[in-house]
Design a protein around this ligand. Structure first.
Ligand code: PXL
Length: 284
């Protein structure tokens, strides 16, 4: 079984970051170690929240793992508490990256044209440096614009997306994946470009609802799919389809919460979808 470590915060309530990544990666048959970057009462979209920064734990935990000769097939990072942690996590990559390993960075920091409340304008540059060390990055459009200096647009065509993807690759990563791409009002999806020039895009129906934490569901399922040996495009499409299933389940739930997407009820579906995609890949 593949073992990864995911580096992101614990938001105690709110269905995001580790409370999403752990169950989904476990369900996908991947051993998931954690390196928590902070403990928050909830994610930062709540009006009141606490945050205990765990920066001082990153090096001692890494030291102990190194002494115990613990290694990882993959490293997946999400929400980091501050710009200093981007540099710390970069140093962690240097120590724990393996030739055959995979590093996925989800540069969680912004959405809908705006930075999340906990970050200042210096943060995107620090995160861009971390993205340079990654094999795969999965920013949304806002995050991609903040890291590349491109203007954020809500209406655009394929040329704009291609330029953004090229600028993301210029940061230094292996494969850039843009989420939240839409050329038609009722379709939403992802577009990717890798260093060999291979392009991929995948669109689903656009759900009218939007919930916090769907980016974390997306990145976690991409990581799980890649660790299970799915080709990149298959992993990207699986994750997109699964996010739609979670949004539909949330929208249909009479007791739906406003703060996150219901992924729990969809875990059996995720397992079936993963098996199916692995079978499809073997056939073609
Ligand atoms: O879902 C991304 C995320 C993760 N962690 C924290 C957040 C957010 C988004 O707002 O606030 C603490």
């Amino acid at each position: 079984m593949k073992r990864i470590v995911t580096i992101q915060d614990i938001s105690c309530v709110g269905r995001c970051s580790l409370t999403v990544a752990l169950p989904l990666l476990s369900a996908m048959g991947v051993e998931c170690g954690i390196l928590p970057t902070a403990v928050l009462s909830t994610h930062t979209m709540f009006q009141t929240f606490t945050c205990r920064d765990l920066s001082d734990q990153i090096e001692p935990i890494a030291d102990a793992w190194e002494k115990e000769q613990i290694t990882f097939d993959g490293i997946y990072t999400g929400y980091l508490a501050n710009a200093g942690q981007c540099a710390q996590v970069g140093a962690f990559f240097e120590r724990f990256r393996r030739e055959d390993g995979l590093i996925l960075v989800d540069p969680v920091m912004a959405d809908n044209g705006a930075l999340y409340p906990a970050f200042d304008e210096k943060y995107p540059a620090a995160m861009a440096e971390l993205c340079a060390q990654a094999d795969v990055i999965v920013p949304n459009l806002t995050e991609a614009c903040l890291m590349t200096g491109m203007p954020y647009r809500t209406s655009y065509g394929p040329d704009y997306i291609r330029e953004l993807l090229e600028k993301l690759l210029d940061l230094g990563c292996g494969t850039a994946v843009l989420t939240g791409v839409s050329y038609e009002a009722d379709r939403l999806g992802v577009a990717s470009l890798d260093r060999s020039g291979a392009q991929f895009s995948y669109f689903t129906r656009r759900c009218p609802q939007s919930y916090h934490g769907t980016g974390d569901i997306y990145a976690s399922v991409v990581m799980g799919g890649l660790m299970q040996g799915l080709e990149t495009g298959r992993a990207l499409a699986l994750a997109a389809d699964f996010v739609v299933a979670c949004i539909e389940a949330t929208a249909a739930a009479p007791d739906a919460r406003w703060y996150g997407a219901e992924f729990e009820s969809q875990i059996p579906l995720l397992c079936r979808m993963l098996d199916q995609r692995k079978t499809d890949q073997r056939k073609y």
